[in-house]
Unconditional design. Structure first.
Lengths: 335, 274, 366
């Protein structure tokens, strides 16, 4: 797809964050612009986990960062409750930062190597929290304990004394210490080994229940995204392709790109024969000069002239399952 | 730390210690006492028990002059390092973090200073003030060493700013000022320190060259450079008054480089382990 | 397969290979006694987590562990010659000609300042003494073969002008240029996107079949091993813990580590929010590895004996399926050991006890 449209947005009631027509562009020198995100809309309901999945360069991380206005989007709206975040001044946005927290891909790079773990986790409290040292320490200890780090052993150590998985736990502790509503996880497990990845995914699920969190989970690994998400949005080259519940999406992929992604996953099961006929020797087009119409058409086996002329709009193909494609792989309800 | 590095470090410690406590070292003579005026010693004496390194063409004790001369090298290089790390380090970290117009403006002025011939500036200042004591020389050399530190700090700050912990700090709503002081600056320091040691060696050589040209502190105040300059006249009669300060200069500069390299390497190991 | 055929087809036999790095903190025993054999035209998968020694093993066989602090012992007999005792000059002759390697990061394994064309033809001209014009023609053929569109234009490009997938194709073309008998692919797709990974693995598989080339595929991804290899070695803490034809390995994992690795992997075939059976703890310190089985501190099946004696790599029923465990998965001893550990509340056993009600869903502390 890679189309636009808002058919997949839900009624306002429980929506925590509503993003409409989000556009993020960066200058690429010589007067050109990288169209990282080109008009996507989505919403996040309180308590759910939205999985944003796609390959590198699809704009998923940029989207995550646009939610916290780092940097602010080029255009479009990010509404948190009744507040339009894109219109806030820097200072007003700074005051709202505790509501939306973020954890990053590289657990080691996201901790300042010259500070102790105690200082790192207490940093948000230094900015916002209770000023009493004892009170801060109690909070830090409680949160470190919750993420499975022994506060007494860890408090005075520096990040390089910990493994990647432990650093990611410390990172999570830092983001949760201010009790945020929304936690944006940007590829939180892709730098970790398989066994550690499972520990962190389980931990996120536990913390979500314990702290009543809403999550945006950004990842390139479809299996990981399926495991943690309540709703999955597939992105390609700055556009949304398909939005659906995880089990539904993986069972009935309607967008040819989703089908390609799913077919490419190496399943740890030799009896599931590798699909060598899955023909795709295509390359990701340049985000500086993306294809007209549907952005996926240059690699799409279903592509027709219509796809080049007209950008597909989001529509519901099955209940709760939206796709932006002129030729979806499932029969469209009512057609 | 390898033995050789320890030796170099030992030499540096000895030099610094000697320069600071020169007045208190028992048996060390007055560097400006001209023995031949009072018949206690001759000019160009070879090394002996009274004058461990001999005397110069004014019959002054060479060892004493080297120890006191280290003060000049030390003060000039320390001023340069301190002004460089404090002013240059802060400016560089600031512009590397905030980028934009401030960056363009400050880096432009830094480039101008870098392009400006230092010797001319020094001559102008010395002429205008009509004096060339340690304070003037040290300040001018210090000012001239700000730009290289700014460049080093800026390059480091650019890299540090891209690390995710800076993004994380912004995401928790830390003010930019606080991020600069708590996240960026501490991570620029190790690189600046390694640079400072090597830079100190360069400054010591620079002071030597200035003194040789007669542009450093006013004789009779001893400095390694003006000792070599003074010995030049009698080089055919006695090379030792030139050799000893030269050796002091070489050992010091070399040791600074060895220790600087050691620190840089251990820092590289540390950041690779991160 | 008869014995005669087997010895004829045998290309590489590695026996008791050990590699140690001396660092300030002590001797890191990165590979601790690995043996295996590989036939022509077959693919061996070596799978394990970071630090298990899989990459060091491949590089030790290739003699690419450059550095004076590395010692390698054991033998690696390749077509009748022991690679580990060959003079370095002979090794230089073998690289590219007989043995080739594809690395994880296609950006850093290509020289950024040299046009792709020269890098592809370098080996041809150096080893085979091929002339410039003919080398250029071969380069175009090679790029066609690795399915790079417009090969003539791409040969003039610099590495940074190509995408990650294209660069890895170039690396494969370079590796294949002199028709090696054995290709080491060290995490060749880890840095690539999943659709590109699929393309590259297809390409490697096709080239291997067409050239009757043997391949060692080093990866951390059990999924990659499952679909693309004939045999698999599972490594943990520098040792092989399980070794079997890939089919029988996935059918019946016998070593607790292999099982744990597979179970901790999220799968698209599972419903959303399936709780993962995470492996508790961390891999051991290879400077001072634990006595007994290296996996024992994290193993849900651990028994006192495991902490004292290193289990040998041996077969039970199927002679091709060997594993190093005192209480293998699926055996009566194993089941009894697991039940005992759950009853005693051993954390690593309780964490993966799927019969317990608290182990599903998202509640509870980890």
């Amino acid at each position: 797809m890679a189309g636009t449209g808002k058919a997949h947005l839900r009624p306002e009631g429980d929506v925590l964050i509503r993003v409409e027509d989000l556009v993020v562009e960066f200058p690429a020198g010589r007067g050109r612009t990288v169209k990282a995100v080109s008009g996507i809309s989505f919403d996040i309901v309180k308590g759910e986990t939205l999985g944003l999945v796609g390959e590198s360069g699809c704009g998923k991380s940029t989207t995550g960062r646009a939610l916290i206005q780092l940097p602010s989007p080029t255009s479009g709206s990010v509404r948190h409750g009744f507040v339009e975040l894109t219109e806030l001044s820097d200072e007003a946005m700074r005051r709202r930062r505790t509501d939306i927290q973020m954890i990053f891909q590289d657990p080691i790079s996201s901790l300042n190597p010259r500070r102790t773990v105690g200082e790192i986790v207490a940093e948000p409290l230094r900015v916002w929290g209770p000023k009493g040292a004892a009170e801060q320490k109690a909070l830090v200890d409680r949160i470190l304990d919750a993420v499975g780090i022994d506060p007494d052993l860890a408090r005075d150590k520096r990040p390089h004394e910990f493994s990647g998985g432990q650093c990611q736990r410390i990172s999570i502790a830092r983001s949760l210490v201010v009790d945020p509503e929304l936690l944006i996880c940007d590829e939180p497990v892709s730098a970790l080994d398989v066994s550690v990845q499972a520990q962190i995914l389980n931990l996120l699920e536990d913390l979500k229940a314990e702290y009543g969190l809403t999550l945006v989970f950004i990842a390139h690994d479809l299996a990981v995204v399926k495991n943690v998400s309540d709703r999955v949005a597939v992105m390609y080259l700055g556009k949304l392709c398909e939005v659906a519940g995880p089990d539904e999406l993986y069972a009935n992929a309607a967008h040819p790109y989703t089908a390609l992604l799913l077919g490419s996953i190496p399943e740890p099961d030799p009896s599931a024969a590798v699909d060598e006929d899955l023909v795709d020797d295509g390359e990701l087009p340049s985000p500086i000069n993306p294809p007209s119409g549907c952005r996926f058409r240059t690699r799409c086996p279903q592509a027709s002239e219509l796809c080049a002329d007209e950008e597909p709009q989001m529509r519901e193909v099955l209940p709760g399952h939206h796709v932006a494609c002129h030729h979806p792989l499932v029969a469209v309800a009512g057609q | 730390m390898p033995l050789f590095t320890r030796l170099c470090l030992g030499w540096l410690v000895a030099i610094v210690f000697g320069a600071i406590f020169a007045d208190l070292i028992p048996g060390l003579q007055d560097p400006n006492y001209q023995g031949f005026l009072f018949g206690t010693s001759a000019t160009n004496e070879p090394p002996s028990l009274t004058h461990l390194l001999g005397t110069d063409n004014n019959s002054r004790d060479i060892l004493a002059r080297i120890v006191y001369g280290a003060r000049v090298s030390l003060v000039v290089s320390m001023t340069a390092v301190i002004m460089g790390t404090v002013c240059g380090g802060f400016l560089g970290a600031l512009v590397g973090f905030v980028r934009g117009k401030t960056d363009a403006m400050i880096m432009a002025s830094v480039d101008v200073i870098l392009a400006f011939p230092g010797l001319v500036l020094l001559l102008t200042v010395v002429t205008l003030l009509g004096r060339r004591d340690l304070l003037v020389i040290a300040t001018v050399v210090g000012f001239l060493s700000i730009p290289p530190y700014t460049r080093v700090a800026r390059a480091t700050a650019l890299a540090v700013s891209r690390r995710e912990f800076v993004m994380a700090a912004r995401a928790i709503g830390t003010r930019k000022r606080t991020i600069l002081i708590r996240e960026i600056l501490p991570n620029c320091l190790p690189t600046l320190m390694a640079f400072a040691l090597v830079n100190a060696a360069v400054i010591i050589l620079l002071e030597g060259a200035l003194a040789f040209l007669g542009l450093s502190v006013q004789p009779p105040t001893a400095s390694w450079g003006n000792m070599i300059n003074a010995a030049r006249v009698d080089l055919r009669i006695n090379v030792w008054p030139a050799v000893w300060p030269s050796l002091a200069l070489v050992f010091t500069v070399y040791s600074l480089n060895v220790v600087g390299d050691h620190i840089r390497r251990s820092k590289a190991v540390r950041s690779a382990a991160l | 397969m008869s014995d005669a055929v087997e010895t004829d087809r045998r290309l590489l036999t590695v026996t008791d290979l050990r590699t140690t790095f001396s660092i300030a903190a002590g001797d890191v025993q990165a590979v601790r006694g690995v043996s295996f054999a590989l036939d022509r035209g077959r693919t061996l998968g070596i799978v394990g987590e970071s630090g298990c020694g899989k990459t060091v093993l491949a590089r030790s066989i290739m003699r690419l562990n450059l550095g004076s602090n590395v010692t390698t012992t054991g033998t690696a007999e390749f077509a009748g010659r022991d690679l580990l005792s060959l003079p370095m000059a002979d090794m230089h002759e073998m690289w590219g000609m007989e043995l080739a390697m594809v690395f994880q990061d296609p950006m850093t394994s290509l020289n950024p300042l040299v046009r792709v064309g020269r890098q592809v033809t370098e080996h041809l001209r150096q080893h085979l003494g091929v002339g410039r014009a003919e080398a250029a023609r071969t380069a175009v053929d090679l790029l066609n073969e690795v399915r790079i569109p417009e090969p003539e234009a791409r040969l003039k490009a610099y590495p940074h002008e190509l995408s990650g997938g294209m660069r890895q194709r170039i690396c494969i073309a370079i590796a294949l240029a002199c028709e090696p008998a054995l290709l080491f692919a060290d995490e060749p797709t880890t840095a690539l996107d999943v659709t590109v990974q699929h393309q590259i693995l297809n390409l490697l598989g096709r080239e291997q079949r067409e050239r009757d080339m043997a391949m060692v595929l080093v990866t951390h991804d059990l999924g990659v091993v499952a679909g693309r290899t004939d045999d698999t070695l599972v490594m943990y803490a520098g040792m092989v813990v399980e070794q079997a034809p890939t089919g029988s390995l996935f059918e019946e994992m016998r070593h607790p580590y292999s099982e744990a690795l597979l179970r901790s992997l999220p799968r698209t075939s599972q419903v959303s929010h399936t709780r993962l059976a995470a492996i508790t703890g961390r891999p051991p310190d290879l400077i001072d590895p634990p006595s007994g089985c290296a996996f024992s501190p994290r193993c849900p099946y651990v028994q006192p004996r495991c902490r004292e004696e290193v289990p040998p790599l041996s077969a039970v029923d199927d002679p091709d399926h060997r594993f190093a465990c005192w209480t293998p998965v699926g055996s009566p001893e194993g089941m009894a050991a697991f039940a005992r550990n759950v009853a005693e509340g051993l954390p690593q056993a309780v964490a993966v006890d799927l019969t317990a009600p608290s182990s599903t869903g998202s509640g509870g502390a980890s």
